[in-house]
Design a protein around this ligand. Structure first.
Ligand SMILES: [Zn+2]
Length: 205
């Protein structure tokens, strides 16, 4: 490895830091790029910089956006009476790809995880409570449903319960995505049919 040019070694090391990419895949990617036309590599590097320079966090739902408010929050056809609470923006993508959900989202930015020192204050939970309160102020009674779609992991369940407690006393229907997703599963990797079933099978908690 040491005999390879430094540029190659550096790029392999950089790819290896990506989730799910091991040394073998990293090496394969680098050699693929070496043999790829410059225009493609230029497009790739421009796209990489773009996600750092142009992608912001939506002020309302904390998902990814090109503007201060994301296109889902801006879309008047979406039902603001249904807020689907997810861990990460990638989960928004998974549910959007599933199709059929017409509500809006709230991205927590993770889950409560004492081992990793992530507490409720590190997540957008207070923001969710505020959002619910202001939605209730504008809407009709009992017209708001909060769908807790954190992953069915221990941390995801604990976070869902914590949020439920925080919303106690507010005139809001709270549901949890249902069966179909095995314990420990990750929304991100669920196939669309399973995710769809989990969404349809949500139950009040
Ligand atoms: Zn948004």
């Amino acid at each position: 490895m040491a005999s390879f040019p430094k540029g190659i070694r550096d790029l392999i090391a950089a790819f290896e830091r990506l989730p799910g990419v091991g040394p073998k895949s990293a090496t394969r990617l680098v050699f693929y790029l070496i043999n790829t036309p410059r225009a493609y590599v230029k497009d790739l590097s421009d796209s990489l910089l773009k996600i750092k320079d142009e992608i912001k966090i939506c002020n309302k739902c904390f998902s990814v956006s090109e503007q201060d408010i994301c296109s889902i929050c801006e879309d008047k056809r979406r039902d603001i009476g249904q807020i689907c609470v997810v861990e990460r923006a990638i989960d928004v993508m998974a549910i959007e790809n599933m199709g059929g959900f017409k509500g809006v989202y709230h991205v927590l930015g993770g889950v409560v995880n004492p081992l990793e020192h992530i507490g409720p204050d590190d997540l957008k939970i207070d923001e969710l409570v505020e959002r619910v309160k202001s939605n209730l102020g504008n809407g009709k009674k009992n017209s708001l449903e909060i769908i807790l779609a954190t992953n069915p992991t221990m941390e995801g369940e604990a976070t869902a319960l914590y949020i439920k407690k925080k919303l106690e006393g507010l005139e809001v229907k709270i549901s949890r995505i249902g069966s179909g997703l095995p314990m420990g599963a990750d929304l991100e990797y669920a196939d669309q049919a399973t995710l769809s079933r989990a969404m349809d099978g949500r139950r009040d908690i």
